[in-house]
Write a protein that binds this ligand. Structure first.
Ligand SMILES: Cc1cc2nc3c(=O)[nH]c(=O)nc-3n(C[C@H](O)[C@H](O)[C@H](O)COP(=O)(O)O)c2cc1C
Ligand code: SF4
Ligand code: SF4
Length: 276
């Protein structure tokens, strides 16, 4: 039985869904799989988990043709390899992923890993803000239909991992060009959008959920008021999961018909799976 570890970061659940389905499919190929949300791990956990491992998978959402900051930080502290350890990278995306998985693969190659697959999977969009309009997320059967389309592609990915078949996407001039364009602006865009975080005090019931689920500890609560520090990575988790849509990200985002919040993949999704 081969030992495989999957590490993922997921803001609103899509990457968790792919990581979980991938784990189930790999199990059918006789892989013993463990799957971890990186925000629940300490560096020592990772070192212990990597002992005797045959294959490593990293997954994250595309943010402007690169990975979210928590995943970049995770990779920076990831142990160096001896040049023989195989790895796969996957990214979930809404529309345009450029050369994301390939760019992140290079960071891991510099650490001595052998990248066998770099793949992108289309999932529901979670980013639709006044500042950044992609297309409104759907929380109905259209989201389920997209999952049904993506599932066979995840199964194919599992087969490639099991058989060691190389598959690298995004290695062409157009993907590099689009990726490069997006990467130039993403950090500024994240910082500007994060600075617009507000709470509508009339809607907020002070349930504490946003504070509990924020992956960076960016939400502070004192004297019956929520405030935000400057550590937002724009994962959109608080914005999407607030039960009263009290978290606002820009002028106009109070209108939930114009700016619907993405509730995550499938009916089984519960945000707690990302933080436990
Ligand atoms: C800050 C940010 C930037 C994004 N940039 C892109 C992008 O460049 N291309 C794209 O196709 N999707 C983009 N998206 C959409 C997400 O990548 C996509 O919905 C992903 O599946 C969300 O995964 P998650 O639910 O695991 O967080 C972006 C989302 C966010 C929050
Ligand atoms: S999740 Fe929403 S309702 Fe609950 S404390 Fe946060 S902003 Fe208020
Ligand atoms: S404040 Fe909200 S959007 Fe920003 S990192 Fe925390 S949960 Fe994500």
């Amino acid at each position: 039985m081969k030992k495989t570890v999957i590490y993922f970061f997921s803001g609103t659940g899509n990457t968790w869904w792919v990581a979980t389905r991938l784990g189930e499919k790999l199990h059918q190929y006789n892989h013993q799989v463990t799957c971890h949300s990186i925000e629940t791990l300490m560096n020592e956990d990772v070192i212990a988990q990597l002992s005797g491992v045959d294959h490593i998978v990293l997954g994250f959402p595309v943010y402007g043709s690169t990975a979210p900051r928590p995943m970049i930080d995770f990779i920076q502290t990831f142990p160096v390899s001896n040049g023989r350890q195989t790895m796969s990278i996957f990214a979930t995306q809404a529309l345009a992923s450029g050369d994301t998985a390939l760019i992140i693969s290079r960071l891991l190659e510099q650490k001595g890993y052998l990248i066998q697959q770099a793949r992108h999977f289309r999932m529901m969009n979670n980013l639709h803000l006044p500042r950044f309009k992609f297309y409104p997320p759907k929380n109905d059967q259209r989201s389920d239909q997209l999952l049904a389309k993506t599932l066979p592609r995840v199964a194919g990915f599992a087969q490639e991992i099991a058989t060691g078949k190389k598959h690298i996407t995004g290695n062409n001039p157009l993907s590099h060009f689009l990726g490069g364009l997006q990467r130039r602006h993403i950090d500024t865009m994240i910082d500007k959008a994060g600075a617009e975080l507000r709470v509508d005090a009339k809607r907020c019931i002070l349930c504490g959920k946003c504070q509990r689920i924020c992956p960076t500890g960016n939400i502070l609560h004192s004297q019956d008021q929520l405030t935000f520090a400057n550590k937002c990575v724009l994962c959109l988790r608080c914005y999407s999961q607030c039960p009263t849509a009290a978290i606002l990200l820009g002028e106009g985002s109070a209108d939930v018909h114009k700016y619907p919040r993405y509730k995550g993949p499938g009916k089984e999704f519960n945000v707690d799976v990302l933080i436990k």
